[in-house]
Design a protein around this ligand. Structure first.
Ligand code: ADP
Length: 395
């Protein structure tokens, strides 16, 4: 069956058309600047890349254009060939513990969590509605970033703040990147033929989070109430003392909103280096001796190493560490810097094995106390797998 895996943002729509269960990517693409001036799209198919500028006032128009193009480019011959659409939904609160078939009623339930993810959930829902209209006979499935983390215990997800913040206002740790961590756990568990693995999954991309997973269940994860918490990221600070906000508000007159925005968009690698949020630029500058770039790299690696050590503790000793996403899959320098900082746990990098990018590989030495693997993530495929499973259950 052909399935679409979709990620709708406030002004963008990313799609992958996948033939399942063969896991064959037929086409993929990105619609950008939806609802803005200069909207355009790119579709990749058969080794070719098509880019066109078209006015797209909203997601419904973008989906209509996509459907027309899939037929015009002979990617499919009829819309009935798309049997299902899997949607990335950022927030499912503590209610959605797994992926679900989307109906109007379910969408209303998801909308209850819009306040928890105001930048993402309304856009995700808009995307779903556009596809429901364009493909009324296809199954629509919601796959939540938060679901995989709903197995956390109170001891992990509660913040030590007044209890009513949780009871009345749903303030707790939710965690994100769940679809990626679930894919990593599934891949490594299948590879090592074990379903009782204790895994430290490190998703290190522009955004980044770690998850401690025991026998397929998340025990703890580094992102929190929002994706701002945890390790240092490309532009996010990760964990900082909350009092900084009040202090900076008084010192600079900037509002809480402005300051929170700076913690999300102007901090991390970008904030410390003053150069870029992209670790490739930081690596180039560091190689040229730029001190702030070197400092940014060192803080970045140390924060990740600290979480690895903490999660090794929480798991009572991990069986395996997996590195994934843009930096984890591609940056041999950052992998080395991170592993060096957990040497007290007896974890050792094999530098020869580490000399590659973008593939599934073991990168630790034979005598490393915990093996370390690079495991490329594939959230689109995980979404397609869930969609296929729910489609077959609903038949
Ligand atoms: P997102 O969180 O946006 O999904 P990705 O997982 O795609 O991010 O990661 C993007 C990041 O991966 C880039 O910002 C860059 O820092 C990093 N990256 C990609 N390729 C390389 C590379 N060859 N070397 C170092 N870093 C890389």
């Amino acid at each position: 069956m052909n399935l679409l895996s979709v990620n709708a943002g406030s002004s963008s729509l990313k799609f992958t058309l996948i033939e399942m269960p063969a896991q064959n990517v037929i086409a993929s693409g990105l619609f950008e600047k939806i609802g803005l001036a200069g909207s355009f799209y790119t579709i990749k198919y058969n080794g070719e890349k098509y880019t066109r500028e078209v006015e797209m006032v909203d997601h419904s128009v973008a989906v209509k254009v996509l459907m027309e193009e899939l037929i015009n480019l002979n990617i499919i011959s009829s819309l009935s060939e798309i049997e299902g659409v899997g949607h990335r939904i950022v927030h499912g609160g503590q209610e959605f513990t797994s992926s679900v078939i989307l109906t109007e009623d379910v969408l209303n339930r998801i909308a209850k969590y819009n306040d928890l993810a105001p930048l993402h959930n309304p856009a995700n829902i808009m995307g779903v509605k556009a596809f429901m209209k364009a493909l009324p006979n296809s199954i629509q499935v919601g796959v939540f970033d938060t679901s995989f983390h709903t197995s956390m215990a109170e001891t992990e997800y509660l913040y030590p703040v007044p209890y009513e913040w949780y009871e009345k206002y749903q303030v707790r740790k939710y965690g994100f990147h769940g679809t990626s961590h679930r894919f990593i756990n599934k891949t490594i568990s299948e590879y090592l033929k074990r379903d009782d693995l204790k895994v430290i999954s490190c998703h290190i991309g522009n955004g980044g989070s770690l998850a401690a997973i025991n026998s397929g269940k998340v025990v703890d994860t580094s992102m929190g109430f929002t994706p701002l918490a945890g390790i240092m990221m490309g532009t996010r600070s990760g964990d900082v003392d909350a009092s900084i906000l009040e202090y900076m508000n008084k010192k600079t007159g900037k509002s809480l909103e402005e300051l929170t925005n700076e913690l999300n968009k102007k901090s991390g690698l970008l904030g410390v280096s003053g150069i870029s949020s992209d670790s490739r630029d930081i690596e180039t500058a560091a190689a040229e001796g730029n001190e702030r770039a070197i400092l940014a790299q060192e803080i970045y690696a140390q924060k990740i190493a600290n979480y690895i050590a903490m999660y090794n503790n929480i798991l009572g000793g991990a069986d395996v560490i997996c590195l994934t996403a843009g930096v984890g899959e591609n940056s041999k320098i950052m992998r080395k810097m991170i592993i060096e900082r957990v040497s007290s746990l007896g974890i050792k990098l094999d530098e020869t094995k580490n000399d590659f990018r973008g593939e599934f590989r073991l990168i630790s030495t034979e005598d490393s106390k915990i093996p370390v693997y690079v495991v490329p993530t594939n959230e689109e495929l995980m979404i397609a797998m869930d969609t296929m499973d729910l489609a077959s259950q609903s038949e």
